[in-house]
Each structure stands twice: as C-alpha cells, then as structure tokens.
Design a protein around this ligand. Structure first.
Ligand code: ITT
Length: 206
C-alpha cells in the first residue's frame, strides 16, 4: 500500500496495552504518521468512566492529546457476550478486578459461562482520531468481529480473550491466527481500515 500523508505528521497512540500497541502499529503503518506510544511520553492511563466504548475512546484520546500536545489515536475495545448481558463489555480489561491479568479475566469469563449454551460473542472496537484536545469533529470508526467462546484455551498469539475466541468458519481461535491474519479480520483491523479511509478523505485536496 502506498503511503499517503495525513494532516498531522505525528500522533500519540493512547494505549498502554502492549498487545494493542503491536497490532495498531502494524495496522497504522500505511499512513506514514510518526506514532508515539503514550507510555513512552510518560502519560498515565486515562480514567475510563463511559458507558460505551465510544465514550471511553474519546476520553482516552483527549487525555493523551492534552498531555502530549499532539493529535491522538485511541482504541477502546472489548468482548461483548449476550448470554452475560453484554459483559465483560467496557470492563473487559478489568473484568476480574481492577488490575486483573488476562488469565484471571479469562477464568472469570469461562466460570460465568458455565452451564450456558449460548456461546455467541463479539469483539467491538471504537477508534478515535482527534487533531487536538478540543477537536470538535473527531473521526470515529468502529469494528465488530463475531465468534464463539470455548472453554479450553487454544493458541499462543494475540492477547486478552483471544485463546477462548473461536472463529467458527476458520475452526481456529484468534490466538491461533498469525498476526497478519488476525489484523485482516479483527474488530481492530476493521476499525483501523475505516479510520484510514476517513483520514485520507480528510486530507485529500478539495
Ligand atoms: P488501554 O486502555 O491502555 O488501551 P486496556 O487493555 O485497558 O488498555 P481497554 O479498556 O480498551 O484497554 O480494554 C480492552 C480489553 O478488551 C483488553 O484488555 C482485552 O481484555 C479485551 N480485548 C480487546 N481487544 C482484544 C483482542 O483483539 N483480543 C483479545 N482481547 C481483546
């Protein structure tokens, strides 16, 4: 893919999650923006008080942009399980407690689903780009990736709930996909592709 210059030359990536950082750096490479991870700039995690992924993504982007004085890109994402009333949802990173590990969150997920037949789930990603803290017109893109939750973890790739997230038509979990395969299909991959389209449109000559 050819590089096309967007409005900014640098942006802060408003996430402290190493798995997301890896995926987003690969997915955002085509825009030729110099991306700075918020951790590397000494920026702490933003409070996430929203009810929706979209609200939280905006909160994270504003917090990072204010602190870095740079445009910001933020991802808020998680797993939505209808049989659990939408949980873990916006609390996906903290499902088993505020500083829970992926393993603890996964154990809670499987325990919560014990005896339930409906294993449908989807990952949701809200991605936001703002040029500055008070940007009145953020770019927003979303992505949804549907699958099923399985009890036994499979695969060593990805992060978070990936070992329990089965993509039925592939017969593999998202942790069993190569990084490029996951990026081509995932909620985050879909959202980044849509955001890149919006960024190109915004920077095209009128
Ligand atoms: P930042 O806020 O710093 O970005 P975080 O991990 O707290 O990091 P979120 O609040 O957006 O980020 O929570 C995302 C959680 O959802 C993440 O910790 C995983 O548990 C889960 N998740 C999101 N995308 C995922 C993916 O692609 N594969 C597996 N789990 C994912």
């Amino acid at each position: 893919m050819s590089k096309s210059r967007v409005l900014a030359t640098q942006a802060v990536l408003a996430t402290g999650n190493a798995g997301k950082l890896r995926e987003m750096a690969a997915l955002l490479a085509p825009i030729g923006l110099q991306l700075r991870a918020q951790g590397g700039l000494g920026i702490a995690a933003a409070p996430e008080t929203g009810v929706t992924f979209i609200e939280n993504a905006l909160q994270k982007a504003r917090h990072a942009s204010r602190s870095a004085k740079l445009p910001a890109i933020a991802d808020d994402s998680g797993l939505v399980v209808p049989a659990l009333g939408g949980a873990p949802g916006v609390r996906s990173a903290r499902y088993a407690g505020n500083h829970a590990t992926d393993a603890q969150n996964n154990r809670k997920l499987i325990a919560s689903l014990a005896g339930l037949e409906n294993r449908t789930a989807w990952f949701f990603c809200a991605l936001v780009f703002i040029e500055r803290e008070e940007d009145p017109a953020p770019l927003l893109a979303t992505g949804i990736w549907r699958g099923r939750i399985i009890d036994q973890p499979r695969g060593g790739g990805g992060f978070g709930y990936d070992p329990h997230f089965l993509i039925p038509h592939l017969g593999r979990t998202s942790a069993e996909l190569a990084a490029e395969e996951k990026n081509a299909l995932s909620h985050r991959g879909q959202a980044v592709a849509a955001l890149l389209g919006q960024l190109r449109e915004r920077s095209a000559p009128t």
